[in-house]
Each structure stands twice: as C-alpha cells, then as structure tokens.
Design a protein around this ligand. Sequence first.
Ligand code: PMP
Length: 287
Amino acid sequence: MTRTVYLNGEYLPENEAKVSIFDRGFLMADGVYEVTSVLGGKLIDFDGHAVRLNRSLDELDMNNPISKEDLLEVHRELVRENKIVDGMIYLQITRGAPDDRDFVFPDPETTPQTIVLFTQNKPGLANSPVAKVGIKVISIEDARWGRRDIKTVQLLYPSMGKMMAKKAGADDAWMVEDGFVTEGTSNNAYIVKGNKIITRALSNDILHGITRAAVLRFAKEAQMEVEERNFTIEEAMQADEAFITSASTFVMPVVEIDGAQLGDRTPGKVAPRLREIYLEESIKKAI
Ligand code: PMP
C-alpha cells in the first residue's frame, strides 16, 4: 500500500515526497526526530514527545516550524489517512536545504526547515510474542557523541550496534562507557534486584526516554523502589531481571546479557507487571 506522508505542509503519496540533496539532515545529520506509538488508533504520550522535540530543537538552536496543535493534527490525519490501528509515527525536522553545502548554519529566514512525518503500520504492536520470552543483549562500547540527550538523526553507531548484536545472535546491544551501562541502542536499560528497579540517572549521556519517565512514575505508584544510578554489566548479569523501555517496545524483558542468563531465563515478575501497567495506563490516556 502506498502511504500518505507529510512533507513541509503537504500530504503526499510516499513516492512523491522528495527532499533536496542539500538538505542538512542528509549531508550533516543536522536534524532531530521523534517516534510516537499508535495503539487502537490513538497516540501514546503525544505531549511527552512534543515537549522533548522542543527541547531537542532548542539545544540545537533550531526553530520549531510547527505548533503543537498543528503537529497533533498532522499525526491524527496520518493515522486516519493510512488507517493505522497499531503502529508508529516517525517525525523528523532538519535545518533545511541551503543553496550549497556549508558547515555554517544557514539563515533560518531564508532557509526554511524540512519537516517530514510518516506512519509505520505494526498490527498487534502491543501484543508482541517477544515480550513473553524476552530478548538477549550483548554489551558494546558506547562510541556515540556527548549529547545523547538530544534526539538527533545521527543513528549510525546505534545502527552498527544493532548489527553487532545481530551478528552475535542477540537482539540488541547495551552500550558501556567508563565501565557503566549508558543505555540500549534505541532504548533505556534497567536491572531489577528484588523489588528495586535500577536505571541510570538522566544526564547528557542518555536519551531522556518518554517511556522511561512514565514507567518510573508507574513503578513508584505501584510501591516499587526506584534507584537512579549507574550499574555495570557484571552487576546486571547478577540481577534478578532486566528490561528495556522505548516508545515502540514499551517494557521489554531482557533474559540474557553477554550469554549469561538472568534468573531462570524467563521475563520474571517485575518487567511483565510494569509492561501491563504501562500499556493499561498509557492506552487510557491516549489521544
Ligand atoms: N535511548 C535511545 C538511544 C533511544 O533511541 C530511544 C528511543 N528513541 C530511547 C532511549 C527510548 O526513548 P523513548 O522511550 O522516548 O522512545
């Protein structure tokens, strides 16, 4: 099926949406993105993604070319046009396409930004059979730049990390810096010890996950203990459980780290319970 996508104010068939070769997103990864899940035709945590988008743009001195109200309407129109029940909406904003390649930022008065949104159809997204068995991760060095809190389209290293995991027969990779886990290639990382959930504190070293914020809030509400601190791969291997969170995987149990199985190699109790709470509460609030 040909998707309808959004490009700079227009709804177009996907094969008619074209961006300049001088676009700074293409030449310099000078752009930011967001991914919002759709469940039952409704947007999960749209507000959280809109707030983080503004923050990413601000940090890069980029204007926001679209109001929050218009952005919501574009999301909804794409869901309607493409008949999405479950899936994702990808949004990207770049610094636009100046007349020529240049390291210096173009004048935003004369170079409008590029804004693109498209849908990804994923029927049954919340009922992934993988969540019932959990995933395997490997550890790799974190070789990304120093501003991982900004959601840029610089995804080459995370992409290489996924390939390293695939080659090793695993599902994903956890990145390690100075001996401590930062995060997964496209998700935040957690370990569980007893009733305690341990995850790295927010800083410029990791993306401030929208799912992370919601899950930690729900965990505290459910009387689980949350400790925001660094942990090592060795500590993770000894943990009772582990899991990842992201807008498209929600809460996903991890059952193996660098070949070592966690607990009895089942998703355990805490991660599946958090997944259940997260999905239930987020679907309730979806718009
Ligand atoms: N960390 C990284 C590096 C990511 O790419 C993502 C997903 N984009 C996340 C964490 C999770 O963020 P969110 O819950 O907002 O999807």
